[in-house]
Design a protein around this ligand. Structure first.
Ligand SMILES: Cc1cc2nc3c(=O)[nH]c(=O)nc-3n(C[C@H](O)[C@H](O)[C@H](O)COP(=O)(O)O)c2cc1C
Length: 186
């Protein structure tokens, strides 16, 4: 089974990419295939509401979403990590979320995939839970099966991630829980 990790940060080599790597390393050790989307190296324009996807056509915008649609479709589970920007996800990640409406309009292609979320902020209480809620909203609207860290909502970290041991434990717990659910589903 394949787990896709998405980092919503524009910062290459930053905290979110390291959190995705840490999570997917756990999944690899448990025998899962992994795939990554780092928005620092992708170009995803905002949805322009042209309506093409609602008519069963391909998206009218040509950018990295061509590849993202395929990776979202191929994954059995998706773990998303975002920096907190003004109490929510980054604009880059929101653009991906909005563009993914094509998969919803064309057969709910993400239905019953397992999903989990992580967020990191510069402050201890800078809006990580609200950011995770936004990611969970995206997953619910696609009909995904959303899991937390087994106790609360997912991975909650304060920058820099390398020194937030307690936060990184919630990252490990979240990916562990996601792997458990995939195994339960067989
Ligand atoms: C535009 C902007 C808005 C931010 N807003 C918040 C915020 O509301 N709360 C918070 O805790 N940190 C905030 N931060 C700090 C980022 O969340 C933090 O630098 C980021 O999570 C680091 O992840 P990265 O290294 O993967 O980019 C903000 C940073 C930027 C650039």
């Amino acid at each position: 089974m394949r787990i896709l990790g998405i980092s919503g940060s524009p910062a290459a080599g930053g905290n979110n990419e390291k959190m995705i790597d840490a999570a997917l390393n756990v999944a690899t050790k448990r025998g899962f295939e992994t795939e990554r989307i780092f928005l620092s190296s992708s170009k995803v324009a905002p949805c322009n509401a042209c309506g093409a996807c609602g008519r069963g056509e391909k998206c009218s915008i040509r950018d990295s979403m061509d590849d993202v649609y395929q990776k979202l479709t191929d994954a059995d589970a998706i773990i998303v990590s975002s920096p907190v920007y003004f109490g929510s996800v980054t604009a880059q990640l929101k653009a991906l979320f909005d563009r993914s409406v094509l998969l919803r309009r064309q057969g709910f292609a993400m239905k019953n995939k397992v999903g989990a979320a992580m967020a990191i902020g510069g402050s201890r209480n800078g809006g990580q839970e609200k950011t995770i809620q936004t990611i969970h909203d995206w997953m619910h609207i696609h009909g995904m099966i959303v899991v937390g860290d087994g106790a609360h909502f997912g991975g909650i970290v304060q920058k820099p991630m390398d020194t937030d041991d307690e936060g990184m434990q919630t990252v490990r717990d979240t990916i562990g829980n996601l792997c458990d659910v995939l195994e339960l589903m067989g």
